[in-house]
Design a binder for this molecule. Structure first.
Ligand code: PMP
Length: 418
């Protein structure tokens, strides 16, 4: 019975992690549910870490895990890339919080604009959420329209969440129109039916299940958006590490690893669109943020893009991800499916990728938990919802270890997975 197998795996987890349990109990007295970042919670209590080094994390109970989560893509450089740590140290040596401009802002902006064709001009934020909020605000002002098309299952930030298929209760109250991801004809009809200011879409549905959009879907969005005078906004907060798609959006948002692992977000587009934020212009849109130009994020971001993340290293990382996904699908043998693109992937209970907005299935939830706790027992850290994002220090040998651990779990539990 799957319930018995899961109870056994959870009991092993509880025995192994008394310090994480104690942390959760103490934190609960001052943080709701002991938590300040909902996605990190899982029952009976979440694992907590004391330190990270290269591709490894050490738990509060002193166990080492290989970090296959890569901080939900923000940890692309791993935990201790020397060039990133030096850049942070150098920034700290020059002092914090100038309350004025510095010489790092334009340098990071130059690197981003050179890297992403959609960005002629760019602005920084503190998070991907904020980048999306500001890009949407720009689209509304530019078009004079209010409706925004988003897709069921998508996550664009804490206040821009559609995972259940509906705007979450804390999602900002824009005039949302909900479409089905990668459904070409139904989405075309929706775009023609509405007067849309913007279409906000991820080229790969990330949190919603690592499901890549087809070329035909993205091409249709481009064609219809142009015809309708609607701005096409690509949320590339997760996908900016992947090879560029054929379609260029009007606005693009990024974040995560692009500040070397420090807090960050950015949105950019043509000079014409982004020029609305030019403070020299009468009636310019205002975009503030105390930490938008904080020297720690800027300095780490510059070091990462300039000195670490060559095109070759990024291509190798994504190729490694493709190989790992193939290995997991061979081992999963139709009982577990691994979807994704390049270095991003999600393990799904069952024979295919499931969009997060599909009706929940209690049995699939049990399987997901069983695989997660068994991977933890094997020293492999992934997101409780099944997501992996490879970081640069993850080697082929570590991928082999992960794939072997995964294959052993499938073999051991084959009867309850089927
Ligand atoms: N967009 C996407 C596609 C994301 O995956 C995320 C974060 N998981 C965000 C936006 C929000 O970014 P942040 O957590 O930095 O606000």
């Amino acid at each position: 019975m799957i319930e018995t197998a899961l109870a056994d795996a959870v009991a092993r987890y509880e025995r192994r992690n008394p310090n994480s349990a104690a942390r959760a109990e103490r934190a609960e007295r001052v943080l709701p549910g002991g938590n300040t970042r909902s996605i990190l919670h899982f029952d009976p209590f979440p694992l907590a870490f004391a330190r990270g080094e290269g591709p490894y994390l050490t738990s509060l109970d002193g166990d080492r895990y290989t970090d296959f989560l890569g901080e939900f893509t923000a940890g692309l450089y791993g935990h201790s890339e020397p060039k990133i740590l030096d850049a942070i140290g150098n920034a700290l040596d020059r002092g914090l919080s100038f309350g004025g401009h510095n010489e790092l802002e334009h340098e990071l902006a130059e690197l981003l604009c050179a890297r992403f064709e959609a960005m002629e001009l760019v602005r920084f934020t503190n998070s991907g959420t904020e980048a999306n909020l500001m890009a949407l605000a720009l689209a509304l002002h530019h078009t004079g329209r209010r409706e925004i098309l988003v897709f069921r299952g998508a996550y664009h930030g804490g206040v821009l969440a559609f995972g259940s298929g509906e705007p979450s209760p804390v999602t900002v109250p824009h005039a949302w129109v909900l479409g089905d991801y990668d459904d070409v004809e139904a989405t075309r009809a929706l775009i023609r039916e509405h007067e849309l200011a913007a279409i906000l879409v991820e080229p790969v549905l990330g949190s919603g299940g690592c499901i890549p959009a087809s070329d035909a879907f993205l091409a249709m969005l481009r064609e219809e958006a142009t015809a309708a005078g609607t701005l096409l906004v690509f949320d590339e907060v997760m996908t900016s590490r992947l090879p560029r798609r054929a379609v260029t959006p009007d606005l693009m948002t990024v974040g995560k690893y692009l500040a070397g692992g420090m807090s960050f977000g950015a949105f950019g587009g043509s000079a014409k669109l982004m020029g609305r934020y030019d403070p020299k212009r009468p009636g310019a849109l205002f975009h503030a943020g105390t930490f938008n130009n904080n020297v720690v994020s800027l300095s780490a971001g510059i070091a990462g893009l300039r000195d670490v993340l060559t095109d070759e290293r990024l291509a190798a990382l994504n190729a490694r991800g493709d190989r790992l996904r193939d290995a997991l699908n061979r081992a999963g043998d139709g009982l577990l499916h691994t979807s994704g693109s390049g270095s991003l992937m999600t393990i799904h209970p069952g024979p295919r990728a499931y969009n997060a907005s599909e009706p929940p299935d209690p049995r699939r939830e049990l399987v997901k938990r069983l695989v997660f706790f068994e991977l933890l027992d094997a020293g492999q850290w992934i997101a409780a919802r099944g997501m992996l994002a490879l970081s640069l220090p993850i080697t082929d040998a570590l991928c082999d270890e992960f794939a072997n651990a995964f294959a052993a779990i499938v073999a051991r539990h084959r009867d309850v997975l089927a």
